[in-house]
Every structure is written in structure tokens, then in C-alpha cells.
Design a binder for this molecule. Structure first.
Ligand code: RUB
Length: 437
């Protein structure tokens, strides 16, 4: 049991903040789902303290508080599901008036700000957020979305297979570009479509941005000329805003098709600023560092919530996981739930905003790509790094083996045992080599 001074609770305790059963109009309120973990004796208080601290309240009564402010602007816990004595799921309704339109930092500072540090709460996780259309439509949203991406590469729909150039860092521009070329080309022109830089690759001495981008894009042009295939290179422009703008201009000038940004480390406002420059290219959002926010099962923000925020911000594609977790670190069922919930947030009807394309990445190989396609297709980009460049016969064979495993999955061949049989029967040499090596 925690010993807290009585004064701490005084002004958080107004009944306005806890109104079980209140009829909430979803056009007039933002509704936030929290998982709350605290000791049994504090749980009832927290039902009031969370909405209070994240709207108009503070720890002490203040003279300027009026009935009007309290009634009109206070957030209210209106639904509670007690999972056990120390864990409740609560729904909190925030009056729309509390939100500045088109301002993600303000929105998060409101319902996902101070509440995480409250000393009456052990752990808190924001699991979902539901916004009125009026607020959604104040944001730019994606310029392209899945449909714009399909149109750009000239296909109707379906999973888009891609790769992350490996090693992650260290190759000089010529090797980086040759690896991209081999991976796009594959064996007999059966290579992947979508290639991306890795998240920490920007403009280091060993691989200068301009040298790398121009060489890789030169190869993309060659593929287009020789085969008619429109391939994509998501160029990592991550950096300070002025630097990102210069890099985006460089990509546009060199005929690039996609900008990549590490959207968490860069920040919402910076990403939205780049989105609003309207470069005419989709934005591929890499979520490096999301685990600091999403991974703890009891604390932080669910990936679904980040997905909603980045769809508002206007990214065209974002990483949301593979359903397996990264490098086996996750719990399978939870990873699956989180990826499916995130992809739903990217693809659901959402005001007038376009959809955002989910990206499945991290530990993808020929053995599991079928299960990923089975769970996430058709709208998904799937990128493999080690799973392609680690092929015993090199990147071109690796890319082709991934395309063959995709072909098998689209024919319903998902399980590893049947995949090897299918590869042998259909003379898919590169896939056989991948599965047997
Ligand atoms: C994957 C990779 C990806 C991240 C993304 O490499 O480099 O950028 O893992 O992870 P590999 P997430 O295919 O060799 O594992 O999409 O989960 O954020």
C-alpha cells in the first residue's frame, strides 16, 4: 500500500471526472482506452485522477477553476472493466474543445502526457483512441496511401515484396547500389520491387548520401528501361528538418520514388512538416525506437495508437510488425494482436483521410513469409534483409527465393514442409537452396 499525502487527492476527486455509464457522443469527444495498473486501494481514485490530470485538473483546488470549466472541459472516465484488483481497463472521454486541430504534439501532451508519471499509477498503457471526423479531417493524412503506391508501381494490388540493404552500415555507395541492383533484378528478372535503406544509414563518411542515392537511382532507371518494371528505392532522408528538406530535393531531382524517414526519432512535427512540403513522393515511415514506447505490455502506447498518429501525420507506409515479433523477442499471440490492430488502424475508414500501407519487416525469411502473407495480405509491403542477403548463393538468388516463396503463398502453400515439396515440384531452384541450406 502506498502512503500518499491527503492533499494530493483533494482536487482530483471531483465527481465530474468519473461518470460511469455516461452516454458519450463520439462526434463530440475523443475516446481513449487505457490499461491501468495500480494497487487495489488506489484504483478507484485513479479513475478520477487520470481524466483530471489529462484535462483541467491538478493536485490542489485552484481559485480560478469555475463550474463552467469543470463541466465543459473535464475529461470523464465513463466505462470501467476490472480485470483484477490491480488492473482495470477504462475508457475516458475528452471533450473535442480540448484539442487544437492539426496538432499531434498537443493531442499527445494532453492524453498521453503527465499521466504516465503520476505516482498513483504503477503502469499505464494507451491501447486505442477514437477521434471524431471533425478532428481527423483537420490533419493532412497520406498523400498516396496503398492505392497511390500501387498506381506508382503499376500493379493492381497484393503484397509488395522488398528488401533492406545489408549490411546495415559500412558498404560504400558502389557496393550498396550493386546490392540493390542484384536484389531488384534477382535471377531471370524475378527480383523484388521495394528496396529501402536501413534506419541508421544517412550520410556517413563510408557512404555519402548523394553518392549512394544517385548510384542506386541510376540502377532503378536502368531496370525501368530494360524491363519496364517500376522499382522503388525508399531513400533515408532522416536528419534535422532543413537537412531532410535538402535531401528530399535531391531525391526528387534524381527521379526517386519514395522518401524514408525514421519517424519516431525525428518526431511528429518534423514528419508532418516534410509531408506538407508535398514533394510528390510517398513517405515510408521506419519506426526505429518504437519498442521504447510500445514493447512493455503494461506501459506506453500500443502500436495501434502510434499507427493512428502517423496516419494523421500523413505517412504513406509504416512498419507495424510481422505478427512474429522482432528476432523472436515477442510473445506470439500479443505480436499478432498488435500487428493486426495496427494494420486495422491504417486501413479502416478514417474521416476523409487516405489509408496508410502497413509494412511487415524484421526477421522475414522464406520460411515465414507465407504466414505473413496469409495474415496480412493484400495490403502490405514485406521487406527482408538477412532473409535475402543471407542466401547461400547471394542477394540475387535470395531475392528470387523470396519471390518464389511469395508465389507459393499466393497459391495457398504456407507451411514449411509443403513449401519444400512445392519448390521441388515446380523447379524453384533458389527456394530449394534457401530451404535446404
Ligand atoms: C530488418 C530491418 C528492419 C527492421 C524493422 O532486417 O532491418 O528495418 O527490423 O523492424 P532483417 P520493424 O530482415 O535482417 O531482420 O518493422 O519491426 O520495426
Amino acid at each position: 500500500m502506498k502512503i500518499l499525502p491527503l492533499i494530493f487527492f483533494m482536487s482530483y476527486m471531483d465527481d465530474e471526472f468519473y461518470q460511469p455509464g455516461l452516454d458519450v457522443d463520439p462526434d463530440k469527444y475523443v475516446i481513449v482506452d487505457f490499461d491501468v495498473h495500480t494497487s487495489a486501494d488506489l484504483m478507484e481514485r485513479v479513475y478520477k485522477e487520470i481524466p483530471a490530470e489529462s484535462s483541467v485538473g491538478t493536485w490542489k483546488k485552484v481559485a480560478q477553476m469555475t463550474d463552467d470549466i469543470l463541466k465543459r472541459l473535464s475529461a470523464k472516465t465513463y466505462e470501467v472493466t476490472k480485470v483484477n484488483d490491480t488492473f482495470s481497463k477504462i475508457k475516458v472521454a475528452y471533450p473535442l474543445e480540448l484539442f487544437e486541430p492539426n496538432n499531434i504534439p498537443q493531442m499527445l501532451s494532453l492524453f498521453a502526457g503527465n499521466v504516465f508519471g503520476m505516482n498513483t499509477v504503477d503502469n499505464l498503457k494507451v491501447m486505442d483512441v477514437q477521434l471524431p471526423d471533425e478532428l481527423i479531417n483537420s490533419y493532412p493524412g497520406p498523400a498516396f496511401g496503398p492505392q497511390g503506391i500501387y498506381d506508382m508501381i503499376g500493379i493492381k494490388e497484393g503484397p509488395i515484396i522488398g528488401s533492406i540493404i545489408k549490411p546495415k552500415l559500412g558498404s560504400p555507395p558502389a557496393i550498396h547500389a550493386q546490392t540493390a541492383m542484384d536484389t531488384w533484378s534477382g535471377v531471370d528478372n524475378n527480383g523484388v520491387t521495394w528496396i529501402k535503406d536501413d534506419e541508421p544509414q544517412t550520410d556517413q563518411d563510408f557512404c555519402r548520401f548523394e553518392d549512394r542515392i544517385s548510384k542506386v537511382l541510376e540502377y532503378a532507371d536502368q531496370i525501368k528501361e530494360q524491363t519496364g518494371r517500376q522499382v522503388v528505392y525508399a531513400c533515408n532522408i532522416t536528419g534535422p528538418i532543413d537537412v531532410m528538406m535538402k535531401r528530399a530535393d535531391f531525391v526528387v531531382d534524381h527521379g526517386g520514388k519514395t522518401l524514408m524517414i525514421d519517424v519516431i526519432t525525428t518526431g511528429f512535427a518534423a514528419v508532418q512538416y516534410i509531408r506538407e512540403q508535398n514533394y510528390g513522393l510517398p513517405i515510408h515511415a521506419h519506426r526505429a525506437m518504437h519498442g521504447a514506447i510500445t514493447k512493455h505490455p503494461k506501459h506506453g502506447l500500443d502500436m495501434r495508437v502510434l499507427s493512428i498518429m502517423y496516419r494523421l501525420t500523413g505517412v504513406d507506409a509504416i512498419h507495424t510488425g510481422t505478427i512474429f515479433g522482432k528476432m523472436g523477442s515477442g510473445k506470439l499471440e500479443e505480436d499478432r494482436r498488435e500487428t493486426l490492430a495496427s494494420n486495422d488502424a491504417l486501413l479502416m475508414k478514417f474521416g476523409n483521410l487516405k489509408q496508410t500501407m502497413p509494412i511487415a519487416s524484421g526477421g522475414v525469411g522464406v520460411r515465414n513469409i507465407g504466414k505473413i502473407i496469409d495474415a496480412l495480405a493484400p495490403h502490405v509491403v514485406i521487406t527482408a534483409g538477412g532473409g535475402i542477403h543471407g542466401h547461400i548463393d547471394g542477394s540475387a538468388a535470395g531475392a528470387t527465393s523470396m519471390m518464389q516463396a511469395t508465389e507459393a503463398a499466393l497459391q495457398g502453400v504456407i507451411e514449411e514442409d509443403s513449401l519444400l515439396k512445392w519448390a521441388k515440384e515446380n523447379n524453384k531452384k533458389e527456394l530449394v537452396r534457401a530451404l535446404e541450406s
